[in-house]
Design a protein around this ligand. Structure first.
Ligand SMILES: C[S@@+](CC[C@H](N)C(=O)[O-])C[C@H]1O[C@@H](n2cnc3c(N)ncnc32)[C@H](O)[C@@H]1O
Length: 281
């Protein structure tokens, strides 16, 4: 028989419902009953490590022995989808390099924020482009911030070590200039972002659903790509607005190509596919 994907909308056990609610409350990520199989699969590694044979027994410990605070970082790591690539959605990087950078007034540093940075590819792609621009425009100064909710993925981003197949998306000249070849702990070939570039990128934990971020309010370019899709309508609106609060008037706000329709903030005017310019404060 051909196995069918789980499309069940039965709510599941009380503990499963409480767990899904907890994930949504903490991260904003929607967790309908149809995702229960996915949750089970992703949580398996954690509950097995703690000696549980199934999720239900782990959830009893979580809720009945009040281990939520202790377990939360693991849960957040396992529940977030971290898919990303170097030069993902390349039209955005063309616009950055060919239109936005040449128009920047070099009297002020250029501030870039990757607001759901995952393992860092988006921030380091930008770092390479900004470093290239600085080679031909020595007065150009810049700073890059990457933020994400997931503590583990931020550690990966800070380390800046990527396997060979991930580096395939990086043009050869950039690979040679900005990565040091090496081997990971298993002897597989990998590349590490050169120290000078790593120093230009700061990674911090930040939960997008909380708003009022302790960040500058004159950011030139904010990328909020491929994360809004995980939130419900109200959370999407709130997150767009909170991130836009930190973009300067005249600055740019990017979302993923499938997320354009989500942006309805009156301060933002669409200028290209999934790209908005902040027109007023
Ligand atoms: C699919 S990745 C997108 C990575 C990158 N922006 C891109 O487009 O390639 C989504 C990221 O959003 C992060 N995320 C999910 N919920 C979040 C939240 N509430 N606050 C901050 N980051 C969140 C996840 O940890 C994950 O790394």
């Amino acid at each position: 028989m051909i196995p069918m994907p789980n499309t069940s909308t039965a709510p599941g056990s009380d503990l499963q419902v409480r767990f899904r609610d907890l994930i949504t409350r903490v991260t904003g990520i929607q967790m309908p009953a149809s995702k229960q199989n996915m949750i089970d699969g992703r949580m398996r590694r954690r509950y097995s490590t703690l000696g549980h044979s199934d999720l239900e027994s782990y959830l009893k410990l979580l809720f009945e022995e009040d281990r939520i605070q202790q377990e939360l970082p693991h849960i957040v790591d396992l529940m977030s989808t971290n898919k990303t690539d170097f030069f993902r959605e390349p039209a955005h990087f063309h616009l950055l390099r060919n239109t936005i950078l040449p128009a920047h007034n070099t009297e002020k540093p250029f501030k870039f924020w990757s607001a759901a940075s995952s393992s860092g590819q988006e921030a380091y792609t930008t770092a390479m482009l900004l470093a290239e621009y600085q080679r031909v425009t020595p007065s150009f100064r810049y700073g890059i911030l990457g933020t994400d909710i997931s503590p583990n993925i931020l550690e990966e981003a800070r380390a800046g070590v990527y396997p060979q197949d991930v580096l395939r998306d990086v043009p050869e000249g950039f690979r040679e200039r900005y990565f040091v070849p090496g081997q990971d702990s298993r002897g597989n070939p990998c590349g590490r972002v050169v120290e000078n570039l790593r120093k230009k990128v700061r990674f911090e934990q930040l939960n997008l659903i909380h708003g009022n971020f302790p960040l500058d309010k004159d950011i030139d370019v904010a990328f909020l790509r491929n994360v809004l899709i995980y939130f419900d309508d109200a959370t999407q609106c709130k997150v767009v607005s909170s991130v836009a609060d930190h973009v300067k008037v005249g600055g740019y706000f990017f979302v993923g190509h499938s997320e354009s329709m989500i942006v309805r903030d009156k301060r933002l005017k669409q200028i290209a596919a999934a790209v908005f310019r902040k027109e007023k404060g």
